[in-house]
Design a protein around this ligand. Structure first.
Ligand code: NAD
Ligand code: UGA
Length: 482
């Protein structure tokens, strides 16, 4: 079987980029990406794409209108497709059974029901969203219970491993493409059809096939291992601050061991942060914890829960340090936050550490000025007034100002807090920033990206994570705990 027409349900951070790359690499395949949100589809059809990813604009512009289409006509797109990707969101449940931990599968279920309602010929349905183990079985049950006469479905699991900020390069050169399916003759035909799509640009040895449940679990396991690694180095950063060791040096030393490796530990690039953010690590680890609890494996659940606990601890530690350094009160003090995205090179703010740091400071009555090169005012306010982090939206309006210039953001402030590792933050004229700030001028480097010695030479009181800095003129409190 050869795939000629693909439909992708969900035009978000995964569906948009992954299907744009498929269209780009497979000119003979027609790809339509559909969504319920008219606004999102309009943005995909405009010059201002709904998500920022380096290299994405060029790819979309080169194939849009040729073999790549964005539309809200979901039924038509499903009917025409031989293969359908489900790329809808699977957030943590915010209500009912499993609240706060289980994945909410309502969007997956609604996508499956849409497919069953309108399909008149057999199709391959591919679950690309991250889901708990056995979600494919639920999709299959819905499709098979509602199928039209003669229509058959093969369900595959094809989890996505792209990281935001590097989505295009990750999609063009993936470490692996994972495809899980039923190990029956029909299942193997479907696996082969999807493998053939990727094989246009991914070497065969990087296309890994397996049974559906292994594939689903591998995605949760991969994110849990990555998150665990960050929590491990963050836990070490607390020990470093308490002992005088330098976590960058520790990371360098352990990363030299080829069995451990230096990725996700590298000191000066992407390492000792204010805790991990993003839409997925926390959600997927919680999903794994819930799965383990349901499987009556409480010890395994507690093990993975600790990865989340250390992340919460790291965020609180950092925010507490700011307050302690500013003489134990930030009420009415002006604080500039540099960076609101959860990492550099993306405009995504979901679960960004900056939300937690800012909310904590707002609760303490600080006046916050936020500058981010890619995140707009509406997005920042929608995060800071979300009921999960805020019970007084008026207070946010009163205390938060969004700035489009970093120098203006820092003017007359007591402190600058770096929450995202944007490259441009490294190249600022910190002497100029310092001169326009109140004294003593504090700089909290939550991303360990700045040259601390030269900042201290300028006169800043610098605080970072995972090492004690030689003090200039201000008393430094003992490393904050929680
Ligand atoms: P997203 O919220 O950016 O996009 C999901 C889109 O699906 C939304 O635009 C929404 O309107 C649409 N949608 C929901 N239900 C729909 C329906 N029934 N019909 C049509 N459209 C519908 O989410 P995302 O970040 O792209 O994540 C999607 C999935 O991929 C999640 O399971 C996530 O865990 C996983 N994932 C995300 C990333 C990432 O970097 N963001 C990476 C790997 C895997
Ligand atoms: C992560 C995974 O890297 C992807 O493989 C996966 O597909 C994706 O989740 C997903 O399932 O959604 P993403 O969240 O986009 O990708 O970005 P990462 O680069 O993994 O960063 C996640 C968070 O960890 C960020 O807040 C980042 O700042 C933080 N981080 C990363 C650290 O704190 N330390 C590090 O060394 C690296």
């Amino acid at each position: 079987m050869s795939v000629r027409n693909i439909c992708c349900i969900g035009a978000g951070y995964v569906g948009g980029p992954s299907c744009s790359v498929i269209a780009y690499k497979c000119p003979d395949i027609t790809v339509s990406v559909v969504d319920l949100s008219q606004q999102r589809i309009d943005q995909w059809n405009s010059d201002n794409l709904p998500i920022f990813e380096p290299g994405l604009d060029e790819i979309v512009k080169s194939v849009r209108g040729k073999n790549l289409f964005f539309s809200t006509d979901i039924d038509k797109s499903i009917q025409e497709a031989d293969l359908i990707f489900i790329c809808v969101n699977t957030p943590t449940k915010s209500y009912g059974l499993g609240k706060g931990r289980a994945a909410d599968l309502k969007y997956i279920e609604s996508a499956a029901r849409m497919i069953a309602n309108v399909s008149c010929v057999s199709k391959i349905v591919v679950e690309k969203s991250t889901v708990p183990v056995k979600a494919a079985e639920s999709i299959s049950n819905i499709l098979r219970a509602n199928h039209k006469p003669g229509v058959k479905y093969q369900i595959l699991s094809n989890p996505e491993f792209l990281a935001e900020g590097t989505a295009v390069t990750d999609l063009i050169n993936p470490d692996r493409v994972l495809i899980g399916g039923e190990q029956t003759p029909e299942g193997l035909v479907a696996i082969k059809a999807l493998s053939d799509v990727y094989h246009r640009w991914v070497p065969e040895e990087n296309i890994v096939t397996m049974n559906t449940w292994s594939s689903e679990l591998s995605k949760l396991a991969a994110n849990a291992f990555l998150a665990q690694r960050i929590s491990s180095i963050n836990a070490m950063s607390a020990v470093c601050e308490a002992t005088g060791a330098d976590v960058s040096e520790v990371a360098h030393a352990i990363g030299k061991d080829s069995r451990i490796g230096n990725k996700f530990l590298k000191a000066s690039v992407a390492s000792i942060f204010v805790g991990f953010g993003g839409s997925c690590f926390q959600k997927d680890v919680l999903n794994l914890v819930y799965l383990c609890e349901c499987l009556n494996l409480p010890e395994v659940a507690a093990y993975w829960q600790q990865v989340i606990n250390i992340n919460d601890f790291q965020r609180r530690r950092f925010a507490n340090r700011i307050i302690e350094c500013l003489f134990n009160t930030v009420t009415n003090k002006k604080i500039a936050i540099f960076g609101f995205a959860f990492k550099k090179d993306t405009g995504d703010t979901r679960e960004s550490a900056a939300i937690y740091v800012a909310s904590y400071l707002i609760e303490e009555g600080a006046q916050i000025r936020i500058y981010d090169p890619k995140v707009d005012r509406a997005q920042i306010f929608s995060e800071l007034t979300h009921p999960a982090v805020c019970n007084n939206p008026d207070r946010v309006e009163e205390l938060v100002t969004i700035c489009d210039d970093p120098y203006r953001a820092a003017e007359e402030t007591h402190a600058v807090v770096v929450c995202t590792e944007w490259d441009e933050f490294v190249t600022y004229d910190y002497k100029r920033l310092y001169e326009n700030m109140l004294k003593p001028a504090f700089l909290f480097d939550g991303r360990v990206i700045l040259n601390h010695q030269s900042l201290m030479d300028i006169g800043f009181h610098v605080e970072t994570i995972g090492k004690r800095l030689a003090r200039n003129n201000v008393n430094r409190p003992i490393a904050a705990t929680n």
